[in-house]
Design a protein around this ligand. Structure first.
Ligand SMILES: *[C@@H]1O[C@H](CO)[C@@H](O)[C@H](O)[C@H]1NC(C)=O
Ligand SMILES: *[C@@H]1O[C@H](CO)[C@@H](O)[C@H](O)[C@H]1NC(C)=O
Ligand SMILES: *[C@@H]1O[C@H](CO)[C@@H](O)[C@H](O)[C@H]1NC(C)=O
Ligand SMILES: *[C@@H]1O[C@H](CO)[C@@H](O)[C@H](O)[C@H]1NC(C)=O
Ligand SMILES: *[C@@H]1O[C@H](CO)[C@@H](O)[C@H](O)[C@H]1NC(C)=O
Length: 494
């Protein structure tokens, strides 16, 4: 084929790809989700953005200004809520200069250079959580004020609004029903000041609500009350009957807002979801039931009894994160609607007969697992130390009681830990040694619900590549140059 013609065909293809995204979103009702990146092997941002579009997500919340994620979201048609981690609150509170710097580097540059549609900045993440013991109580409001000033100074005051994601423990009810809702007394004045400030500047409130955690914390919590189609006895509050805890919880906040003079303050749900592993109630069946109910509500445009107009609901989370802290519980790494690699955990009806669509273009390491050697003994004195070493680097949270691998026998249990480490270490040569207790196999050790994973190939492993078919350095450079040029031309013309 003639070179010029080949590039012309390529150019047409690029045009189609560039335009494809916006088509995917048209005609699909808005869905929102949280995209966290605490993973040993995060999916590439471009694959994630495609995953979002393919599934009709048009709003996404990031926990921090991850440059890769932000760049991939540029010109994607997806609206972004950009989080600021709690550790930044004190410095941001201490000076407007720091806030201006943060906005310049993390908001302005991505909006202007990459076309990222940042709609909200979320200041802190559940800063008033009771377990933080007031650590962020003094810095949150000044940080909000400084970021607001910085946004206005950067000319983004109209475009980018502020919010603060709160845990539902900022309010409570003294009557056991939602209408008794009010803010926790020790932070009530602070809440009122913050809400007034947000409201004056066009901001919103964000609340994280976890029916799963209600169930996790209280074994007597009526299971069905956590779901949207359950048959639990309703909670009767005057003329309203609450049949699920999400509505009741949300309306408790609405009552608190009404009592403090903010009956029209907009509220979105920043996190809600159900994990699939790491606890007896964290499994695929319950997660599917919860998220199907949630997505159905979003599609139906349903609100709560006190706020019948629908609000944005950011499902937690898009994908599993195998490096998250498990302080809250073993389930913490398993909140994804998708597995760590963007594969589907369970089907969800996305409306009009559509199902979830898995991530595309994911590459994997070889089909090889590290397992306990057949000749190794369970009483080997080196075994306990080898397992704890493996599990301190890799994710073993599926091994607990009631989890997806909780039924393994002792040998398979050891194999699971060894394999988790081997995969996390990109199947590197020395990563399946364990004092000669382990061996590499090509036979998949997975059984029933317990999946022995193969890690994604992020190009970190050491296997030598054959030079056959490889391009020389100068060939690579000229190819790169032509590609960059084409992409530039394409994005201007298409
Ligand atoms: C931008 O945000 C990231 C992550 O939140 C942070 O690490 C970085 O320090 C920020 N940049 C500035 C200039 O504050
Ligand atoms: C917050 O500020 C108050 C008043 O200045 C002070 O008494 C309190 O110790 C501070 N709390 C923290 C956690 O810094
Ligand atoms: C609720 O819906 C799920 C599927 O979305 C279904 O499997 C379950 O049986 C339903 N439960 C009740 C009580 O209707
Ligand atoms: C499997 O391994 C986990 C984690 O090391 C441990 O807590 C559990 O007791 C083990 N179970 C069996 C059957 O050996
Ligand atoms: C592992 O086996 C090899 C060969 O049998 C032996 O030389 C080596 O000392 C063993 N290593 C350990 C840690 O047992």
């Amino acid at each position: 084929m003639n070179m010029g013609f080949r590039y012309f065909v390529w150019f047409l293809l690029l045009c189609i790809i560039v335009n494809d995204g916006s088509l995917a979103i048209k005609g699909v009702l808005g869905l929102a989700c949280n995209w966290g990146t605490r993973s040993t092997h995060p999916l590439s941002p471009n694959i994630v953005v495609k995953l979002l579009k393919d599934n009709g997500f048009n709003k996404v919340k990031l926990f921090e200004a991850d440059p890769g994620a932000l760049k991939a979201l540029g010109k994607s048609g997806i609206q972004v809520m950009l989080g600021i981690p709690n550790e930044f609150l004190a410095p941001l509170a201490s000076s407007v200069r720091v806030a201006e710097e943060w906005v310049a580097r993390n908001v302005s540059s991505f909006v202007s250079s990459f076309g990222v549609d940042i709609r909200y900045v979320a200041v802190g993440n559940e800063p008033f959580l009771k377990t933080y013991k007031d650590k962020f109580v003094n810095s949150t409001f000044p940080a909000i004020q400084n970021i607001q000033a910085a946004l206005i100074k950067a000319g983004l005051g109209r475009q980018v609004k502020l919010t603060v994601p709160l845990n539902a423990d900022v309010y409570e009810t003294d009557t056991d029903v939602p209408s008794g809702g009010n803010f926790r007394p020790e932070i009530q004045d602070l809440m009122v000041s913050i809400i007034k400030f947000l409201s004056d500047n066009g901001g919103i409130l964000t609340i994280n609500i976890y029916p799963f955690l209600s169930l996790y914390a209280d074994p007597h919590f009526p299971l069905d009350y956590a779901f949207f189609n359950g048959s639990a006895a309703p909670v009767v509050d005057g003329s309203i009957s609450y049949t699920n805890v999400l509505d009741a919880n949300f309306d408790t906040l609405i009552s608190a807002l009404e009592k403090n003079g903010f009956s029209s303050m907009p509220v979105v749900v920043g996190e809600v979801g159900w994990p699939t592993d790491g606890d007896t109630h964290a499994n695929v069946e319950l997660a599917q039931r919860f998220n199907q109910g949630l997505f159905d509500r979003v599609r139906a445009g349903q609100g709560t009894p006190k706020r019948p107009t629908p609000t944005d609901i950011y499902v937690f989370a898009l994908i599993d994160e195998d490096a998250k802290s498990i302080d809250p519980g073993n389930f913490e790494r398993h909140w994804g609607v998708f597995n760590y690699d963007g594969t589907i955990k369970y089907p969800l009806d996305m409306g009009k007969g559509r199902n979830l669509v898995a991530a595309k273009g994911v590459k994997y390491l070889a089909r090889e697992w590290c397992v306990m050697a057949p000749e190794a003994s369970l009483t080997d004195p080196n075994l306990p130390q080898s397992i704890s070493y493996a599990c301190s680097y890799a994710d073993c949270t599926s091994l607990g009681y009631g989890s997806s691998c909780g039924m393994l026998d002792a040998r398979s249990n050891v194999s699971y830990a060894f394999n988790a480490y081997y995969q996390t270490m990109d199947q590197r040569k020395g990563a399946c040694q364990f004092n000669n207790l382990s061996v590499v196999t090509t036979k998949d050790p997975s059984q029933d619900t317990c999946r022995f994973q193969i890690m994604m190939d992020l190009g970190k492993h050491e296997k030598p590549r054959s030079s056959n078919g490889q391009l020389s350095r100068s060939q690579m450079n000229s190819l790169l140059f032509v590609t960059v040029l084409l992409v530039l031309i394409t994005s201007i013309i298409c």
